[in-house]
Write a protein that binds this ligand. Structure first.
Ligand code: GLC
Length: 576
């Protein structure tokens, strides 16, 4: 039996084997004083502070009311906010979460994405109700391409890209993704995730480039550069987007791999293992950081002033803004989703406030500033950071979303050049685990049986964060322009005069020359992917049975394993 760990997220094993397998550092006491150790570096962003930008921001700040300022730091989600709410409040930004689409329509066209962006923008600059003309910004998760949009190019997930060891290709992927996002009128991507996944039981392992902080750092720099483009003039052009390095900090190092769990690393380990993506990503000029759900020694990052302010802003010199993660502020002790001054006081700058709680949160923040519980200086600093990035991304100079250079150009979505980059990335992310008797490469003019439930299932081969949040509930017809693994094999084999027959259960009439069995994990995202044990199909090894059956029939078998992380598949590898 031959093994090719299939794509998308495979080769984590490769990353695992190549990365230094470090012992899990023991907890030691953490520093709570503001004397930040010297190993946290001061970062020189390629976007230098500009007197002209600061003057423009100061002039805006000087005219803003408390409500207008608070609106800049509350970020609702498109399922909970209307265009009229935007007109009344003038939110500084809004988002669509995973599996969230204009008009709640999974099959929304690029024109519908643009129409929502245009309507929200026009409502934000309409000062008839809120007195504000500050344009809003739309943020979205482009985890592996513009994955919410039907027809967009999907790239392998980060762990598969990490196995490529090709930062230059990563930069091309980022640039292509930025263009497809801009073609739908969106300005800002919540990417790259720069977690160093240290426990593969974590459901977000596949969103990490590697457990090796050096790989994470190299990729962070390349992705940020690809997403934001050449920013040497201090600006992000309208073919690139604002990037976000996330989730700050230590999300990949929680106990037992618990998503949103507790990281107990000592501070120097936290820096050396989990912060290298920020050193490199901010060094490449990333303009926003997303706070993490996890805790560090029991304290939620969304409320951790030492890390958000003393380390990230004061010591490292980050002058963009810190955005929260999906009501993450509500997890701070003493906070709720609609009432949490603690987050702003700790150094959060923008509350990601999905669900209808954005409204009471807004009014509570206004009251807390007016009462002095939140100093005006902290609110001003947060708003200044948001406006500074808006100036840098040209938001005040660009035309409205519908009139920008790539907007509405449907040819960009799923562009052949982008798909060619994706195919190259898939090839490079595959990992060969075993090749007995040099069965691979196959004679292309063979009679091939393609089996397994991953053979002709584009949703399965794409993983989580694919159209829907969990990557489930999709049909092959939801992926125009894409091809399943079976379709790819059939195309290659037929071209050489061979034949490929699809048989998910491995049954056949005419005995094939070789069988390719495509199997592996079903899609998941975030905590839904947390597992207690890395044994594959623990307790019901149906794929192992299929491999054994075909082998017992005397058919050479190639296994293609699709997975979001390294798993214990020794029985499957050793089935013969
Ligand atoms: C999610 C994720 C984060 C994402 C955000 C918006 O919960 O933790 O990575 O950017 O919400 O969808």
């Amino acid at each position: 039996m031959q093994y090719r760990l299939a794509t998308s997220v495979a080769a984590a094993l490769g990353a695992l084997l190549l990365g230094a397998c470090s012992s899990n550092p023991e907890a030691t006491s953490t520093t709570n004083n503001a004397a930040v150790p010297d190993y946290w570096p001061s970062i020189q962003s390629p976007i230098a502070r500009s007197d002209e930008v600061e003057k423009k921001v100061s002039e805006m700040l000087a005219t803003m009311t408390v409500k207008q300022k608070v609106a800049q730091i509350v970020q609702p989600e498109i399922r909970d906010v209307t265009v009229e709410d935007m007109r009344e409040y003038g939110f500084g930004s809004y988002l669509n979460g995973g599996g969230s689409f204009p008009n709640n329509n999974k099959h929304a066209t690029p024109d519908e994405w643009i129409a929502l962006a245009e309507a929200m923008y026009q409502a934000s600059i309409d000062d008839s109700l809120d007195g504000s003309t500050i344009p809003t910004m739309w943020g979205t998760d482009a985890v592996h391409g513009h994955n919410n949009v039907i027809g967009a190019t999907l790239f392998p997930h980060n762990i598969g890209l990490g196995a490529m060891r090709d930062p230059s290709l990563i930069e091309k992927i980022a640039t292509a993704t930025a263009k497809e996002v801009r073609a739908t009128g969106i300005d800002w991507i919540f990417a790259p995730t720069v977690a160093a996944a240290r426990d593969d039981r974590w459901g977000r392992t596949y969103e990490s480039y590697s457990e090796d902080p050096e790989v994470v750092g190299a990729y962070a720099r390349a992705i940020v550069t690809g997403l934001q483009g050449d920013i040497s003039d201090g600006n992000i052009d309208d073919q690139h987007v604002v990037s976000t390095v996330k989730h700050f900090v230590g999300d990949g190092g929680t106990e037992h791999g618990d998503d949103q769990g507790n990281n107990i690393a000592d501070e120097e380990t936290l820096f050396r293992i989990h912060a290298q993506g920020y050193v490199e990503g901010l060094g490449a000029g990333s303009q926003s950081v997303m706070a993490s759900f996890n805790s560090w020694h029991g304290e939620k990052l969304h409320g951790n002033k030492y890390l958000l302010t003393d380390v990230l802003k004061d010591k490292m010199g980050f002058d963009g803004f810190v955005v929260g993660d999906w009501n993450g502020h509500g997890q701070i002790e003493g906070c709720t989703n609609d009432n949490c001054p603690q987050a702003l006081l700790a150094g959060l700058d923008v509350y990601m406030a999905p669900t209808p709680t954005w409204k009471p949160l807004f009014h509570n923040l206004v009251a807390q500033v007016e009462s002095g519980e939140i100093p005006m200086s902290r609110l001003d600093d947060a708003v200044r950071r948001v406006l500074r990035v808006k100036v840098r991304v040209g938001l005040f100079d660009l035309p409205s979303p519908a009139n920008r250079s790539l907007s509405g150009d449907k040819s960009i979505i799923g562009h052949p050049e982008h798909r060619a980059i994706a195919r190259e990335a898939v090839r490079k992310s595959l990992v060969m685990l075993k090749n007995n008797d040099h069965l691979l490469p196959l004679e292309p003019n063979s009679k091939v049986l393609v089996a397994g439930d991953g053979a002709h299932n584009i949703g399965k081969q794409s993983g989580g964060w694919t159209i829907t949040w969990q990557g489930t509930g999709n049909e092959n017809s939801d992926f125009p322009g894409a091809s399943s693994i079976y379709q790819g094999i059939r195309q290659a084999v037929s071209a050489a005069g061979g034949s490929a027959v699809l048989s998910v259960d491995g049954s056949y009439d005419e005995k094939p020359d070789v069988a390719i069995v495509v199997f592996g994990e079903n899609p998941y995202a975030e905590g839904n992917g947390d597992i207690a044990n890395v044994e594959y199909q623990r307790g019901e090894k149906s794929d192992l049975a299929l491999l054994k059956k075909l082998k017992a029939d005397g058919i050479p078998v190639v296994g293609v394993f699709i997975t979001g992380r390294p798993l214990w598949v020794n029985p499957e590898i050793n089935a013969t």
